[in-house]
Design a protein around this ligand. Structure first.
Ligand SMILES: Cc1cc2nc3c(=O)[nH]c(=O)nc-3n(C[C@H](O)[C@H](O)[C@H](O)COP(=O)(O)OP(=O)(O)OC[C@H]3O[C@@H](n4cnc5c(N)ncnc54)[C@H](O)[C@@H]3O)c2cc1C
Length: 297
């Protein structure tokens, strides 16, 4: 059994930033998670404070080294179970480690809902994107497609129209708010309903998207805006219930409704952006550290 003060679940932007801030407050910090599974690994960052251009992987590797210098311990493993225990929480990992901590920070990110069509995975990062906020700027004066029925897809189409030469919004049935729908009925957005993508075509990069009704649209980018799944099951084991958007609600100190459990990053909801993840990571790390220190004193 490993004993620590704070267990951070998730080795992405939010978890690593939480580790940096918590460890600097001289509490014992363990981070569990695989950095290779962080959303940052596939990101190219151009909109983060002070960073003109960097890969997410570079930033993540530097962040992990930084946290280790301040004393955080990293285990590249998955958490498979968590429960309340005497004086805190007991976490079990896939290599059957048991780690006891006084506070827990949930920083498991999200996994975006997939279309599950040919070409999607192979061209992810090469024209296929799950984040218009992140990648719209790479498609200046190029034709793109947005896929999704809800308001997230409408917001993406509205943002992309300011960059792209043409925006095809493909929706099986439109479920976006009436206000957004009204705004989206403008050039260069063309709304195609009653159909869905059959495959994404491209060699090294996206060249076209083929629809179930046989139409083929020549595009350079495909934005899949179909929402996201949170790592809700683990949170629910602790009694932290997801809100109506499927994310975890936190207060200004990144506290969840369960005492001693904090959350930060994509798992707490939109915007799914690096700046928000590290901002919340900072707050969650500091809050968890002061929670633990108060108990010590
Ligand atoms: C392709 C792409 C491009 C992007 N581009 C940009 C951009 O340009 N600008 C920008 O600001 N943002 C961008 N983002 C978003 C940004 O990467 C995320 O907002 C940020 O990484 C969120 O940090 P996080 O720590 O909440 O989640 P993540 O970084 O995704 O980290 C989650 C961590 O939790 C771990 N985890 C999950 N479940 C478990 C478990 N059971 N046990 C242990 N660990 C677990 C994962 O393995 C991972 O280590 C992009 C995202 C993608 C996918």
């Amino acid at each position: 059994m490993i004993e620590t003060d704070i267990i951070i679940i998730g080795c992405g932007a939010a978890g690593v930033q939480a580790a940096i801030h918590a460890a600097r407050k001289k509490v014992r910090v363990v981070v569990i998670g695989k950095s290779d599974n962080s959303a940052l690994i596939k990101a190219h960052i151009e909109n983060y404070f002070g960073v003109v251009s960097a890969t997410g992987q570079e930033l993540l590797n530097m962040g992990i080294k930084q946290a280790e210098v301040f004393g955080a311990t990293f285990y590249s493993e998955e958490v498979i179970g968590i429960e309340g225990a005497d004086g805190g929480f007991l976490v079990k990992t896939d290599s059957l480690k048991e780690i006891l901590g006084k506070a827990v920070v949930l920083a498991m990110g999200i996994s975006r809902n997939k279309l599950n069509v040919d070409g999607e995975e192979a061209l992810h990062g090469f024209g296929v994107s799950y984040c218009a906020n992140c990648d719209a700027g790479f498609f200046k004066k190029k034709p793109v497609a947005v896929v999704g029925d809800g308001s997230a897809a409408a917001v993406a189409a509205l943002l992309l129209k300011d960059y792209a030469s043409k925006v095809y919004w493909i929706a099986e049935s439109l479920r976006a708010s009436p206000e957004l729908l009204k705004n989206a009925k403008v050039t260069p957005i063309e709304i195609l309903t009653g159909t869905k993508p059959a495959r994404i075509i491209g060699d090294k990069t996206v060249k076209a998207i083929e629809l179930k009704d046989g139409r083929k649209l020549e595009v350079d980018g495909v934005f899949i805006e179909m929402g996201a799944k949170g790592a809700a099951e683990l949170a629910m084991e602790l009694g932290v219930l997801p809100n109506e958007n499927g994310s975890l609600s936190v207060d200004r100190n990144c506290r969840t409704e369960v005492e001693g459990v904090f959350a930060c990053g994509d798992i707490t909801g939109q915007p799914w952006q690096l700046a928000k993840a590290v901002g919340e990571g900072c707050v969650a790390g500091l809050s968890a550290a002061s929670y633990v220190r108060r108990e010590k004193e």
